[in-house]
Ligand binder design. Sequence first.
Ligand SMILES: [Zn+2]
Length: 387
Amino acid sequence: MASAANDYDVELTGLLGELVAIPSFSGEEGAVQDRICRWFVDHGIDVDIEEADGGLQNVVVTIEGDGDGPVLWIGGHCDTVGIASGWTRVPHASKIEDNRLYGLGSMDMKGGLAAAMYAVRELSERSGEWAGKVIFAALADEEAYSRGANAFVRKERGIDAAVMCEPHFHDVVIGAMGKINLRVEVKGRSAHGSRPEEGVNAVTEAAKLLVAIDGLERFSHPDFGRASHCVLNMTSGDGRYEIRVPDHAAFVVNWHFMPGETVESALETLRNLADGLNSRAQFAITVGEPRYESFMLDKDDGFVAQFAESYRRIIGKEPDLRFGRGVSDANIFAGRAGIPTLLFGPDGANMHAGDEWVDLDQLHLARRTYLDFALRFLKSKNESTMK
Ligand SMILES: [Zn+2]
């Protein structure tokens, strides 16, 4: 038995090395997705290619167990950020040193994705041991606009729980902050610059709102602290020198929010501030893409409890269930589409930086945890429905 597990480990490391060696910057995932498709087909598992915006695609695999049961999603994104400075190794050469696999995307998150692929393959081979459905997806564009995840959740699939295989090994993330960009357009009225009282200066009116935004007292969550926001930029005019009262200005506020706050409440807050100015200018406030709602799972949720049980069994300690401060496709799944989602996968170091690596022990432990959890989740729900 031990040698079988070792074979799996060797094969999984090999697959990860291959995936890392294929460049897949956001929006250019085609080649790595081809490889993922081929791998499934080689193992007798059917693959669907689903369209996403901008000509992008998601690779989707659905396998069925023995009879009706819950639907579990597992997977993640297959794109990477660009090549950061500070690489002392070749970013797409996937080199193993000291039980670490180095390469761009090794940690974020081809490690988790490869481990999930192996878990799906084993579940497919053992389909008589569980009930329901497992859906895997290799999503495009997470590091940019999450166009892959947004396309994926547009279709209703009845997913009961999702494991996003992002690099969170010691800290299992069960909730995350939200982040949106609020674009404010300010419309004034032009007049000759020597008679400013005859116009409505969009820039000075925008400045009044900016000062009000700066002074906002934000919501504070008892466990996760205070939400924050930051004005990113401001534009006005077309760069020409003109003695004219500017009739247009625009700025973008990057708005981070906690569970308990919503996109609608953010819009309402800014609209109320603008209304309170009693300005003669008009303010139009909209939400731009990418857009990430916040989410928070209950620690006592059955899904979380069952995952924690598998984590204890395979990893041998209590999982540290955390709230994350970064956004990911999990915000789209959980925050936007309402799919209970947690983030767990092999970790390493230097993500989005030079010499990124993933820990190979964690890679193999993650695969075993995914499998143990899937068998537990897909069986226990089935058993409880039989009562
Ligand atoms: Zn990631």
